[in-house]
Design a protein around this ligand. Sequence first.
Ligand code: GLU
Ligand code: ZN
Length: 505
Amino acid sequence: MAEIRVRFPPSPTGYLHIGGARTALYNWLLVKKLGGKLVLRIEDTDVERSTEASAQAILDGLKWMGITWDEGPYLQSDYAEHHRETAEALVQKGAAYRCYCTKEELAAKREAAQAAKKSFQGYDGTCRDLTDEQRAAFESEGRESVVRFRVPRQEGSVGFNDLVFGLTEVSLAELDDFVIVRSNGVPLYVLSNVADDHRDRITLVLRGADHLVNTPKQVMLYQAMGWDVPQFAHMALTLDPKKAKISKRRHGEVVTVQFYRDHGFLPWAFCNFMAMLGWSTGDDRELYETPEDLIRAFSIEGMAKRNSVFNYRKGDPKFITDPKALHINALHLRTMAVADLAPHVKQQLEAASIWDTAWDEGGDRRTWFLELLELIRVRYHLLTDFVTLARAFFDDDYPMDAKATKKSLRKDPALAQYLPQLAERLEGLETYNLETTETTLRALCEELSIKPGLLINASRVAITGQGVGPGIFDVFTALGQDRTCARLRDKAKLVEQPATPSPQS
Ligand code: GLU
Ligand code: ZN
């Protein structure tokens, strides 16, 4: 079997959209699975909308996701000559022709067809069979022309066997003589895309189902040129809960790959989530620990015909994106090797300027860092949680959650004494660990005739700023004797103060 060659040809007219990211991912998974090559082509022929910054943003997004390509990035604009030659060849063969109709003429014909309720309201074929004289006359009039493809006016249909959607056919009678070159000489997407896929020796076109309408036209272009027609596999779309297309205009930044990078997603977890939007093995497995896992499971057969739902509800304060995306990210956070998680957390801490190089250098501090990650990661959904919710573990300057302060730290005015008392006892410990801190706290509570919960909850808020977190004795141990005791004393001052605590960041 010949080598499989697929491609990802984004138009650099914005950011990397999650739909595009999914297309790139599926192509990448496929070549990793079956062998072959992935060609990256930047389709930058729309000069008004294409920018270099956008092309760069797309490359950055792919790199962040860990998607690699084997050839390119090629720039479609570098092959403009080839597109024009292809159009010219089609004209020479009689498979395409110049159309001199003006916009006004076309509009008038369309109106007439509508008025007469004709079943076919497309281009009427006025210029299909112009004589050389007629053409010359139009040219000397200074008329501009587009190039149209000559759809055979006969019975029958044009079809292709889509690897996902099956046999897809359109009757020739429904097809307009579509334009392949604009009047300014610039070829349209349908043509340049085919010319490039041919030049890049693409054997399989795997792209969004929004392109299904283009495929019959493209098949005709291949056939007219005498080129091999590649196989096609179209991916069902991903829509919002109201079945609308997902777009930046409608949904905002959450449709961009950058959003996930900036909001603390693990790149691979993001890919894992993307993969689930339109593909499954039929069971309910949702966690693919590594790219290798997913590559092993992936297949075109598992691709859905039905559109998938991106369950994002704008304005929902609880979920910044599809809850499933957060869930999958959390699964990865808590199951991946902690040594693999460490560099991601480091990046977050560095960006927040609370990274300590000692945590990287082996020895006790490194061990402390890794053990801490093990302890706290089970509660988090995003990498950013390591600098917000977990801040107190890495920095002595940590925000106090207002609700938790009110509820637990100010529950009983006597805590203003209890907390320093606890600090004193803990300070006196020669061996400071899980067991000794627990025994100490419980003994104190007994002496004071108070419920341990009162002191445990107040201590947690005092030393972490948060109302929830790992077991308190784990927290005591993770923070160490000095920091724990200093914080218990320091935050005891908040117990009596009626003023509002500093706001939670
Ligand atoms: N540049 C096109 C797009 O981004 C490519 C579509 C295709 O895969 O053929 O929509
Ligand atoms: Zn015409």
